[in-house]
Design a protein around this ligand. Structure first.
Ligand code: GAP
Length: 457
C-alpha cells in the first residue's frame, strides 16, 4: 500500500456536508444519536446516484445478474446457520476507572485511551441488534436486524434459480439497510450503526472461483475509477490466509485513502459453498445446481463483492473536493462525476423581472423532467456560481435579456468555467451529450463559444 497524504481533512468534508445539506446527525435537535446519520436534500440525491451507478454496472448492464430485495427481519435460524449468532463479534474491553468501552483490536496500547486507566480482559461482543417479533417480549420471540444483506441472497438462491432459469455463473445483487451495534463508531459516516450495503453473490462452478475472484476485483476497482475516484487513492489489502474466517478461501479489502488514512471501502470474499451448505443443512432444503453439460449436481462456490453505500459516498465526496484560489477568496468545487452529481443543471436568470422569470421557468420545467435541476434567482451571479460549484453542479445555465430576443442561453461548465451560448431548443440534448462525455466546446447548430479557456483567478 502506498504511503500518501490524504488530500482533504474530515473537518472540511463534515462542514461542507452540514452547510450544504448533504448529511445531518440523526435526531440532532435531541443531541444526536451515536452512529446514526440523516441524509439531507443533496445527500439523498447523491446517495441515490451512487446506488444507481452500482445497480447499472452490476445488474442493468449485465446478462448474468438479477436483483432482489429481501426483508431486514429474517428467521432467527438464518443467523444460527450463517454463524452470525456465534461469531459475528468484536473483542470488547472496558476501562475499570471511567467505564468507557472500546474495541480491543482498535487500541494501540493496553490502557484506556480516554483516561489511561486499566482495562478489563477482552470479551466477545455480538454486533447484532435484537428485537422481538409480535406482541410478546420473551426469548422465544427474539429476532435480529440483519447485519448484512448477503444472507437474503443465499436463502433465496433456489427461488431465483427456479424462477429465472439461470445458468452458472450468475449473480444475485441487492441494496439495503444493515445494522451493526458497533462498539465504537466514528469518522463521520464511515462506521455507523445503521448503514446501507450493496452486495452481490456471484455463484460459480467450483474450480473457476479463483478466476472470478480476480475478475471481480478488477471490475470493482474500475467502477470506482470510472465514477471519479483517483486510482492512486485505491489499494488492495490481501487478508492473511491464516487469519481468514472459517468459510473464506480468499478475502481482499479494497481500501481508499480517507482523511484518516487507508481504510476498507469494499470487501471481496471467496466464500466457497459454505453459506449454501449451511442453509441446506439447517433448513433441510436442497440448495444445489444441476449442470446440464456435465449432468451432475453440485453446490456452487460464491464470490462476493460487498460495499457500503455510505462509505463509498464518503470516498466520492473526498475525491471530489477541491479548493482553488479565486481572487481574494477560495473557490470550493465538488468535482463529482456528472452521473453522481446531486444536481445536474442550475437555471440562473440574471433578473427577477417577470418576462425573464417566465422564460427561465419554462426552461427549468422542461429540463427537470429528465435532469435534476435547480432554479436560483437570488444574489449575484458570482455567488450563485460558487454555490453550485460547492455542491458539484456540472452545468449552470444563465438566462439574460438577450435570451428573450435570440432564444439562446449561456451554459457554463463547473471545472474549467468554460462557457458556450446555445439555442434553448438544443439545451437538453446538449447537456445530456456533455454529461455522457462529449467535449464541452463542441457546439450544437446555432451555438458559439463564449469562454474557450479557463478564467484566470
Ligand atoms: N456480506 C459481507 C459483509 O458484510 P463486511 O466487510 O462486513 O462484509 C461490507 O461489510 C461493507 O459494508 C464494508 O466494506 C463497508 O463498506 C460496509 N460496512 C460494514 N460495516 C459498516 C459500518 N459499521 N458502517 C458503515 N459501513 C459499513
Amino acid at each position: 500500500m502506498s504511503e500518501q497524504t490524504p488530500t482533504v481533512t474530515m473537518e472540511k468534508i463534515v462542514s461542507l456536508a452540514r452547510r450544504r445539506g448533504f448529511v445531518f446527525p440523526s435526531s440532532e435537535i435531541y443531541g444526536g444519536l451515536s452512529g446514526c446519520w440523516d441524509y439531507g436534500p443533496l445527500g439523498i440525491e447523491l446517495k441515490r446516484n451512487v446506488k444507481q451507478a452500482w445497480w447499472s454496472a452490476m445488474v442493468q448492464e449485465r446478462d448474468d445478474m438479477v436483483g432482489i430485495e429481501t426483508s431486514i427481519l429474517m428467521h432467527p435460524k438464518v443467523w444460527m446457520a450463517s454463524g452470525h449468532l456465534k461469531s459475528f463479534t468484536d473483542p470488547l474491553v472496558e476501562c475499570k476507572s471511567c467505564h468507557q468501552r472500546f474495541r480491543a483490536d482498535h487500541l494501540a496500547e493496553n490502557k484506556c485511551p480516554a483516561c489511561g486507566g486499566e482495562l478489563t480482559a477482552e470479551r466477545q461482543f455480538n454486533l447484532m441488534f435484537k428485537t422481538f417479533i409480535g406482541p410478546v417480549e420473551d426469548g422465544s420471540n427474539t429476532i435480529y436486524l440483519r447485519p448484512e444483506t448477503a444472507q437474503g441472497m443465499f436463502v433465496n438462491f433456489d427461488n431465483v434459480l427456479q424462477t429465472t432459469r439461470r445458468k452458472l455463473p450468475f449473480g444475485i445483487a441487492q441494496q439495503g439497510k444493515s445494522f451493526r451495534n458497533e462498539i465504537t463508531t466514528g469518522n463521520f459516516i464511515f462506521r455507523s450503526r445503521e448503514f446501507e450495503q450493496m452486495e452481490m453473490e456471484y455463484f460459480v462452478k467450483p474450480g473457476t472461483d479463483e478466476k472470478w475472484f480476480e475478475y471481480w476485483l478488477n471490475e470493482r476497482i474500475n467502477w470506482y475509477v470510472k465514477h471519479g475516484i483517483k486510482r492512486e487513492h485505491l489499494s488492495v489489502l490481501e487478508h492473511e490466509k491464516a487469519k481468514l474466517a472459517h468459510y473464506a478461501k480468499r478475502v481482499c479489502d479494497i481500501t481508499f485513502l480517507y482523511p484518516m488514512g487507508w481504510e476498507e471501502i469494499e470487501g471481496l470474499a471467496s466464500r466457497t459453498d459454505y453459506d449454501l451448505k449451511q442453509h441446506a443443512a439447517a433448513s433441510g432444503k436442497v440448495l444445489d445446481y444441476y449442470d446440464d453439460e456435465t449432468k451432475e449436481h453440485y453446490v456452487p462456490y460464491v464470490i462476493e463483492p460487498a460495499v457500503g453505500v455510505d462509505r463509498s459516498l464518503l470516498a466520492f465526496m473526498c475525491d471530489a473536493y477541491t479548493e482553488e484560489p479565486d481572487k481574494e477568496e477560495t473557490r470550493i468545487v465538488m468535482r463529482f462525476h456528472p452521473s453522481l452529481a446531486p444536481v445536474k443543471v442550475a437555471i440562473l436568470p440574471l433578473s427577477k423581472k417577470e418576462n425573464l422569470s417566465n422564460f427561465a421557468r419554462d426552461i427549468y420545467k422542461n429540463l427537470r423532467t429528465t435532469l435534476t435541476t435547480q432554479y436560483d434567482d437570488t444574489q449575484s451571479i458570482g455567488r450563485r456560481y460558487r454555490r453550485q460549484d460547492e455542491i458539484g453542479t456540472p452545468y449552470c445555465v444563465t438566462v439574460d435579456f438577450q435570451s428573450l430576443e435570440d432564444n439562446r442561453v449561456t451554459v457554463r461548465e463547473r471545472d474549467l468555467m468554460l462557457q458556450i451560448r446555445i439555442p434553448v431548443a438544443e439545451l437538453k440534448k446538449t447537456i445530456e451529450a456533455k454529461m455522457a462525455g462529449e467535449d464541452f466546446l463542441k457546439l450544437p447548430p446555432g451555438g458559439e463559444v463564449v469562454q474557450a479557456k479557463p478564467k484566470e483567478a
